[in-house]
Design a protein around this ligand. Structure first.
Ligand code: PLP
Length: 400
């Protein structure tokens, strides 16, 4: 009898974590590594949020909370959905979990039966297919193209839907491409979904606030109210409030789904940290004055990185609307030879070559299901980004 569960055979370790570890190892050997592989803002959590957590500790808010979250946070979340997305949810339609990742995991665990399919849009966030596999479902894929700026086209969505499709996971702005859907683009997708009433929508809106220029963020149930009864609208404080370590994600959806997710969570974690929940109340209800500062920095860095990568031999880099990632195409470099004589056969070879020769960590596109590309996270200082791009330029120029 095998000791480890068969389910684990279907799950790959996170490529982003593997690369980050390799970068750490090189750093420990004394190399000046610039890590562009992690999906985490380099800003500190705003002070008003930290103070709210400290005040919660002093008040003694340090005990178990209701499984789906403290009423004060669930109310704050309903206000957020109304104010920012025009969506009406009652507090008992809201769940708070241990990060956005946990929300998705709960939803899949609560709904997937063997054979159920979940459509992931390539390039996808690395965790979606693995979470689907862990929950006993089957991930299927709808591909995007660089010509469409990595945005899913309605025909491709239509093609990917089968009678077994239970969910489609949408993610705008996207990790890893940064692509975000305008209202008109989203409407074309929701029109397709309206024709397939058995398909549920899991919308991962983690990067909602990180959109640049005059781009207007939209979420599916807002664009098509007809989808409200089969949409789980997921969001969190990790990225927009620089709160990755506080582990707060949340979602709202139809009551029967939320009850099922509450049941799952009740037997898993009993709910997330009380202190973090009080901090999240302040994040959502308190001043939002840090946001324009974050956005301005990210927009400037996006423009810097896109411009420098587009001046790099063999790379083509679209300029995305949001998040803090770019996803350059490196197909022109496949088949080239590195200074050590090794031929670059895949985007992973290229990323490893850049890491080993120039000490810049990025993540290969094959980890996100679409390549040859790689992902750069520009959530780091302008100086480091400029230096990293110069190193990438030098590496690519030296390939033969
Ligand atoms: C698209 C996307 N969804 C969800 C998450 C998970 O967020 P959290 O850290 O709140 O679990 C991430 C984090 O990288 C992400 O990029």
């Amino acid at each position: 009898m095998a000791f480890l569960a068969d389910a684990l055979k279907r799950v790959k370790p996170s490529a982003t974590i593997t690369i980050t570890q390799k970068a750490r190892d090189l750093k420990a050997q004394g190399k000046d590594v610039i890590s562009l592989s992690v999906g985490e803002p380099d800003f500190d959590t705003p002070d008003n949020i930290k103070e709210a957590a400290i005040a919660a500790i002093r008040r003694g808010e340090t005990k178990y909370t209701p499984v789906s979250g403290i009423p004060q946070l669930r109310e704050a979340i309903t206000r957020k959905f109304k104010r920012e997305n025009g969506l009406d949810y009652k507090a008992n339609q809201v769940i708070v979990s241990t990060g956005g990742k946990h929300v998705i995991y709960n939803a899949l665990l609560a709904t997937l039966n063997p054979g159920d399919e979940v459509i992931c849009v390539s390039p996808y966030w690395v965790s979606y297919p693995e979470m689907v596999a862990l929950c006993g479902g089957t991930a299927t894929f709808a591909e995007t193209k660089i010509e469409n700026e990595f945005k899913l086209q309605p025909e491709e969505l239509e093609r990917a839907i089968t009678p077994k499709t239970k969910w489609v996971i949408l993610n705008s702005p996207s990790n890893p491409s940064g692509a975000a859907y305008s209202r008109a683009e989203m409407k074309k997708l929701t029109d397709v979904l309206m024709r397939h009433p058995h398909v549920w929508v899991l919308t991962d809106d983690m990067y909602e606030h990180l959109v640049y220029g005059d781009f207007e963020f939209v979420t599916p149930a807002q664009v098509e109210p007809g989808l409200y009864d089969r949409t789980l609208t997921m969001n969190g404080v990790s990225k927009s409030y620089a709160m990755t370590g506080w582990r707060i994600g949340y979602a709202a959806g139809p009551q029967h789904l939320m009850n099922a997710m509450d049941l799952v969570q009740g037997q898993q974690t009993s709910g997330t940290s009380a202190i973090s929940q009080w901090a999240a109340v302040e994040a959502l209800d308190g001043t939002q004055e840090h946001l324009p500062i974050f956005k301005k920095a990210f927009e400037r860095r996006r423009d810097l990185v896109v411009s420098m990568l587009n001046q790099t031999r063999g790379l083509v880099c679209p300029k995305p609307e949001g998040a803090f990632y770019v996803y350059p195409d490196c197909s022109a470099l496949i088949g080239k030879t590195m200074p050590n004589g090794k031929v670059i056969e895949t985007d992973e070879d290229l990323v490893m070559g850049i890491l080993e020769n120039e000490a810049v960590a990025a993540v290969h596109g094959s980890a996100f299901g679409l390549g040859p590309n790689f992902r750069i996270s520009y959530a780091t200082s302008d100086e480091k980004l400029e230096e990293a791009c110069r190193r990438i330029q030098r590496f690519c120029a030296e390939l033969r």
